[in-house]
Design a protein around this ligand. Structure first.
Ligand SMILES: NC(=O)c1ccc[n+]([C@@H]2O[C@H](COP(=O)([O-])OP(=O)(O)OC[C@H]3O[C@@H](n4cnc5c(N)ncnc54)[C@H](O)[C@@H]3O)[C@@H](O)[C@H]2O)c1
Length: 474
């Protein structure tokens, strides 16, 4: 059985010695070798069910793959990468730019969270880098365009914390209905205030979910289990879970719901989606929850609606302006209405903790590490945020003489004709290509190849003017 190896663009390509068995020096421009590995990937994001006898296209000297993990990336992620046999260096903190530049020169994979800034200046030095894993939700800390133009894929984990957000919202629905945030605050300051007036069970009440995606749909199931009726509004027609019901307009949802919760993305269309006009359409004494994005709710309008009694309670986890770090920052300098908001009764305000649980951190570790392994070993870009999403079903152990060609290139007229002229001399079993802006990603599985053919394919693709990066996995 041929060992799986990977060739990527390399200054060393002239040193490839195909007469020596497994002698390619490509790192991932260097040599790659198969190592025992588990079948399959993450339960969170495995896009294609792996075949039972899938052949793992792995570097044949896995220890040549250098991985740098910064910012205390969760242990789950570290373990997945170490089990592959990669050389994993782990640091608890981020690094100042100069030290980062020193370290990044050498590595093929880097894992970061939100504090490490991968600017064009830093990435320019990362000559061996093929992939970046953001072990978090956001990717603003990475120059995505620069990375794409240099064939560096970027992955993140947008949905690993959906359940955590849904559970927070369930807690808030009960807390608002029973006013227990206020009761607890009063007790903390020594006041016993036993009341039942305007305190409710949630059983039989209607929950209106705006945005029925990953979080909204989880929430739907949990809310029904507690005896609520669920309606939802979404711009897409979606399969309702349980006995939930989609309503045609936001207005319908606002008019029918006792509790309204927002789970839409931040878009121009969702900015101030809940403002004065929408508060007017709500039932008197309804409740509003926003754990989506701070721009979705017009806060001065909410303050007005709560003062007038239209809204009986609200929970906010997100704000138009949020501080960069922990501290005494939630004040009028940050948001002009800060003091007015904080003075409201039956208002729960939390510091963007919806997705902040141990479970979510672990899930992020697994999801991102799995994506990195799939990219390094098989070239799949499913879930990448800066490259087109391209994948092919895994090669199997019954296909020992197959190679997977990955050609990342500028999307210029005539490029596919030239690439297919090169591939066309061989038996192309399957091929997929897609582009995103100027950058295109092509994957092709070729059968009946030997080392010489692989070297030839690699060199011919590398010589094309459209080339950004070539990798050949086998
Ligand atoms: N508080 C936190 O810590 C936290 C954690 C994770 C996610 N979030 C935020 O929660 C929100 C939802 O996340 P998700 O993972 O469920 O997203 P998602 O993409 O899975 O679902 C969003 C849904 O909103 C719908 N939608 C888009 N525009 C709409 C509109 N104008 N009107 C109605 N529906 C619309 C989409 O069709 C989709 O079904 C996002 O804003 C995300 O940033 C917050």
């Amino acid at each position: 059985m041929a060992s799986a190896r990977d060739i990527k663009s390399s200054k060393d390509v002239s040193s490839l010695n195909t007469s020596q068995n497994l002698g390619f020096s490509t790192s991932p421009n260097a040599s790659f070798q198969s190592a025992p590995s588990s079948q399959g990937g993450s339960v969170f994001a495995t896009p294609i069910v792996p075949l039972a006898n899938a052949k793992h296209l792995k570097p044949f000297a896995t220890e040549d793959i250098k991985v740098l993990l910064l910012e205390n990336v969760n242990q789950t992620g570290r373990e997945i990468l170490s089990k592959q046999g990669y050389q994993v260096e782990f640091l608890k903190s981020s690094l100042p730019e100069d030290q980062l530049i020193e370290k990044i020169r050498d590595v093929h994979v880097i894992g970061i969270r939100s504090k490490t800034k991968l600017t064009a200046r830093v990435l320019k030095e990362a000559r061996n880098l093929i992939v970046i894993g953001c072990f978090c939700i956001g990717t603003n800390q990475v120059d995505l365009q620069y990375a794409a133009e240099h064939g560096i894929a970027v992955f993140n984990s947008p949905f690993s914390n959906s359940r955590s957000v849904a559970e927070l919202v369930i807690g808030e629905i009960i807390a608002l209905a029973r006013q227990f945030g206020d009761r607890s605050n009063e007790m903390h300051s020594g006041t016993w205030n036993k009341v039942s007036n305007k305190c409710w069970e949630i059983r039989g009440k209607t929950l209106g979910i705006i945005g029925y995606g990953h979080i909204g749909s989880q929430l739907s199931v949990l809310a029904e289990a507690m005896g609520m009726s669920v309606i939802f509004y979404d711009v897409v027609n979606l399969m309702a879970l349980g006995t939930a019901r989609q309503v045609p307009t936001l207005k319908d949802l606002l008019a029918e719901s006792d509790f309204i919760t927002c789970h839409v993305p931040e878009l121009p269309e969702t900015k101030n989606m809940i403002g004065q006009a929408q508060f007017d359409q709500m039932k008197d004494g309804s409740y509003l929850i926003n754990a989506s994005r701070g721009s979705v709710v017009d806060i001065p309008a909410l303050i007005h609606a709560m003062r007038s009694g239209k809204v009986a309670g609200a929970a906010l986890d997100v704000y138009p302006n949020e501080p960069a770090g922990n501290g005494d920052y939630f004040n009028n300098t940050l948001n002009t209405w800060g003091t007015d908001l904080r003075a409201l009764k039956n208002l729960i305000i939390t510091p963007h903790i919806g997705g902040s649980t141990e479970e979510a951190q672990r899930a992020i570790g697994v999801e991102v590490a799995d994506a990195l392994v799939r990219y390094v070993n098989e070239g799949s870009t499913l879930g990448a945020v800066n490259l087109p999403e391209v994948t092919l079903r895994s090669l199997t152990m019954d296909e020992p003489d197959h190679a997977r060609v990955i050609y990342i290139h500028h999307n210029v007229p005539g490029v596919l004709r030239k690439v297919n002229e090169i591939l066309g001399d061989h038996n192309v079993d399957k091929q997929m290509t897609d582009s995103r802006g100027d950058v295109a990603y092509l994957m092709a599985d070729i059968s009946n190849v030997d080392n010489l053919t692989i070297k030839d394919l690699y060199e011919r693709l590398e010589s094309l003017s459209s080339r950004i990066m070539t990798r050949v996995l086998y």
